[in-house]
Design a protein around this ligand. Sequence first.
Ligand code: IDP
Ligand code: MG
Length: 140
Amino acid sequence: MATERTLSIIKPDATRRNLTGAINKKFEESGLRIVAQKRIKLTLEQAQQFYFVHKDRPFYNDLCSFMTSGPVVVQVLEGDNAVSKNRDIMGATNPEDAEAGTVRKDFAESLEANSVHGSDSQENAFIEISYFFSATDIVG
Ligand code: IDP
Ligand code: MG
């Protein structure tokens, strides 16, 4: 299996409820290592740029507003098949469809406030990690 890195974001609904540690526990128990992490407040411009791929979707403005509504924890997760493994740990986008034991099933408040972001491909992981971290910030 290939060692990969992926970008994870613990979203404002989860930081507000003090769930950072509980979510990180799921990552670590699944074998992913947190090799970089910082708590930040996204600006509206950062959120709009990060989610630019969704700019034409009806939920784009609400999503950007939600992502700036409180602190987020941006992190780099490393491990075997980290991109798809993290998507499995996260669960489906809509928490109603998420499997038992996933972050979104256990913690999400709604389809929008669904507690975590995770890169959906290795290519996007590289782009998204570079958006928040420089190489020297990441200690594997
Ligand atoms: P993902 O986070 O599972 O990759 P995406 O389709 O990339 O899902 O959507 C990005 C984020 O936009 C979701 O995590 C969720 O917060 C929000 N979102 C997606 N679809 C909807 C929707 O239909 N209504 C409201 N928010 C949505
Ligand atoms: Mg996505």
